[in-house]
Design a protein around this ligand. Structure first.
Ligand code: ADP
Length: 679
């Protein structure tokens, strides 16, 4: 610093001396030759001294000049870098200026990649002759250099500049082959800092070997710092640009205001595109205004108070707010407002992010309405269900009472009926004329029919009351079939109808089940078939079927009678239903037989059905699960004989017998007494 200023000061002093002498000669010209000589000698001495001083201080002057130009370089790199709009542009300017200044042929920059954890080429170069240095350039762009490894890696790791006299003889340099091939010799590199952290390294090459220039390296270190600031600034700018793009194109509306809560309220300084979409206002129409102008008569006052309170306290607000758009239509916002603070912690701005939730709100309102309606409907349904339960309970109770009544009634009716029939039976044995005999026979016939009817009603009421229980004993099925046939044959023959009973060979002889009820089902179907057939036949057929891994007994009763109308086929199994009332009047019946038969088949876990063609005949069928039994399961003949013997042994001669007859019904007492007397 001192040497730098000493030389100019010295020159200035000598120059001043020479000028003073010349001025003196001009203003006071020497009068004698001696005076003139003296003055000239003085000027000559001054000039000589000047020449000598120049010779002596020449290196210092050179250094001073160099320092000056380096300072200029630093300034110009910093200025150019500051003006650059991107990191690459800043680096390119620095490379160009440094190469121009040093006269070195190649300049290049590496940048540290966090992703690769290594230094990679920026692709930014200054090369004097692209053709000559092409191979070196290509190789350098393909390498990745770890921190601490190689020339550039060491500069990065140590964060200090480095100079290599000749890369050919350097132990740290790793790209020797390609560098030497293109004639590169001297090299220096320096780090670029962002804050205190090295982020990139610049390297320069010369085709000559140069001794290290510490001053130059010092300036380069400074350039590294300047460039770092440029990089940082460019990074900020890039990030800011990105943020701006994100904010501008965000789906939610964004409003930035100055933080002023007093009237006229915060002033809008920015709105994004989504805001314009939601409100219908352009950015120009709202900038400078307060967002308060968007609020209207239905905007909730307490929500506004909460917003203001939160912002006054410097805290954030989140809630739902009703605003009005440009057309005056209300819209709902889910809004979040945050205060933005400066470095000193003062709130300078508010940033609001708003989402249009109008649709959601209206569906919420719709949902609430529907929920209310649903609740009301539910209450009604519950009340109706209660009513229904009550009615059901009442109906069940009434039904049970009816069934009980029917069961009791039919039971009670059977007692006098037996009396009537008994008396008619006794009357028939007395001496009667022909007319009386016919009367008695009519009484008997009608009585039998009435008794049958009573039995049907009793059965049906028992089934309806769930009181009919099935037996489960072993029985001879084939025998049952034949007996049923024999019992009905007389009736068929009377009408000239053939009754045939057939069964397949595979049908088991013995079954487990309720033989009495099975016989009732078969007899009912045969009875109907005979009843509704005038000519032809009635064929009963039993077979064994294997269906759905279950074996079942399938019985069909086919007739060639009048048949049933198609629309009545599904009805006839209902109680008290008869296909043709006029026909029924002719044949009698109650319409209970098939209903009882169906219930009995269901109780046996089977199914019943009918196929019929009017005028041609009908086929009633049913099946029940087949539970085969063995002959040994039946009551053995020995057991039967034993029971018969016991009965014989207990028998007494009638004349000696004392009989106690008990009956609560007087007519039956009389009938029984008469009968016994007859014996
Ligand atoms: P009921 O015979 O006592 O009237 P059912 O319940 O046994 O009562 O029969 C109901 C009705 O089904 C009968 O009235 C009759 O109209 C019809 N039906 C039953 N079996 C036959 C058949 N084999 N042929 C024609 N019609 C029949």
């Amino acid at each position: 610093m001192q040497i730098k200023y000493a030389a100019p000061i010295f020159y200035a002093v000598l120059g001043l001396m020479a000028l003073t002498t010349i001025a003196h000669i001009v203003m006071d010209p020497p009068e004698t030759w001696l005076d003139l000589m003296e003055a000239l000698i003085f000027i000559g001495a001054a000039i000589m001294l000047l020449a000598m001083a120049m010779f002596v201080f020449r290196p210092h002057i050179k250094v001073a000049n160099e320092s000056l130009s380096m300072m200029r370089l630093l300034k110009s790199v910093a200025t150019a870098a500051n003006e650059s709009t991107s990191i690459h542009e800043g680096i390119q300017t620095a490379l160009d200026q440094i190469c121009d200044y040093t006269g070195w042929q190649v300049g290049h920059a590496f940048i540290y990649s966090e992703e690769k954890q290594a230094l990679i080429s920026t692709g930014v170069w200054h090369v004097k002759d692209a053709q000559i240095f092409h191979s070196f350039k290509e190789h350098s762009e393909s390498v990745t250099l770890k921190a601490g490894n190689s020339f550039v890696g060491e500069v990065y790791a140590d964060s200090t500049p480095m100079w290599i006299l000749d890369v050919a003889h350097s132990s740290v340099y790793t790209r020797k082959e390609t560098a030497c091939a293109v004639g590169l010799k001297a090299a220096f590199a320096f780090p670029i800092f962002v804050g205190r952290k090295a982020v990139a390294v610049m390297e320069f090459y010369s085709t000559d070997s140069h001794i290290p220039d510490e001053t130059l390296l010092g300036v380069m270190a400074n350039i590294g710092k300047q460039l770092g600031q440029t990089i940082e600034r460019a990074q900020f700018q890039e990030r800011a640009k990105l943020l701006e793009t994100v904010i501008r194109s965000a789906n939610d509306g964004i409003v930035i205001t100055k933080a002023n809560l007093d009237d006229p309220g915060p002033e809008i300084i920015y709105v994004n595109e989504a805001f314009s979409r939601i409100t219908g206002y352009t950015s120009d129409e709202v900038i400078g205004k307060s967002p308060r102008f968007l609020q209207g008569e239905q905007t909730n006052v307490s929500t506004l108070a909460s917003i203001r309170q939160a912002l006054r306290e410097g805290s954030a607000f989140r809630g739902e707010l009703l605003n009005y758009d440009k057309d005056g239509s209300p819209y709902w916002l889910d809004i979040g407002i945050v205060p933005v603070k400066d470095a000193a912690g003062r709130v300078t701005h508010f940033a609001a992010i708003e989402r249009d939730i109008t649709e959601r709100k209206s569906s919420e309102a719709e949902l609430q309405k529907t929920m209310k309606q649903l609740k009301r409907a539910n209450l009604k349904a519950e009340a109706a269900a209660l009513d229904l339960q009550e009615s059901l309970a009442k109906a069940e109770a009434a039904n049970k009472a009816k069934s009980d009544f029917l069961a009791n009634m039919s039971h009670e009716l059977r007692t006098p009926m037996n009396g009537v029939l008994g008396m008619a039976h006794l009357l028939a044995d007395t001496t009667l004329n022909a007319e009386q005999k016919e009367f008695v026979s009519t009484i008997n016939g009608s009585g039998e029919n009435l008794l049958m009817l009573l039995n049907d009603i009793l059965d049906f009421s028992k089934i309806e009351a769930g009181a009919l229980l099935l037996e489960n004993t072993a029985f001879d099925f084939i025998d049952l079939l034949q007996k049923a046939g024999n019992l009905m044959r007389q009736q068929a023959e009377k009408k000239g109808v053939d009754l045939m009973v057939e069964y397949d060979a595979g049908v088991p002889s013995y079954l487990w089940g309720d033989s009495g009820r099975l016989c009732q089902i078969i007899m009912n179907l045969i009875g109907n078939a005979i009843k509704f057939t005038q000519h032809g036949h009635v064929r009963v057929k039993a077979s064994l079927q294997e269906r759905e891994s279950q074996s079942r007994i399938y019985i069909s009763v086919e007739d060639t009678g009048m048949g049933i109308a198609p629309e009545m086929l599904s009805e006839i199994f209902e109680k008290f239903t008869q296909a043709d009332v006029s026909v029924t009047r002719k044949y009698g019946g109650t319409g209970l037989g098939l209903a009882i038969t169906k219930q009995l088949v269901h109780l046996m876990e089977g199914e019943i059905g009918v196929e019929s063609a009017q005028g041609k005949g009908s086929t009633f069928w049913f099946f029940i699960p087949c539970h085969p039994a063995l002959a040994s399961n039946l009551c053995s003949p020995l057991e039967e004989r034993y029971m018969r013997c016991q009965a014989v042994e207990n028998r007494m001669p009638i004349g000696q017998a004392q009989v106690l007859l008990v009956d609560d019904y007087h007519v039956n007492q009389v009938f029984a007494e008469k009968l016994l007397r007859k014996f």
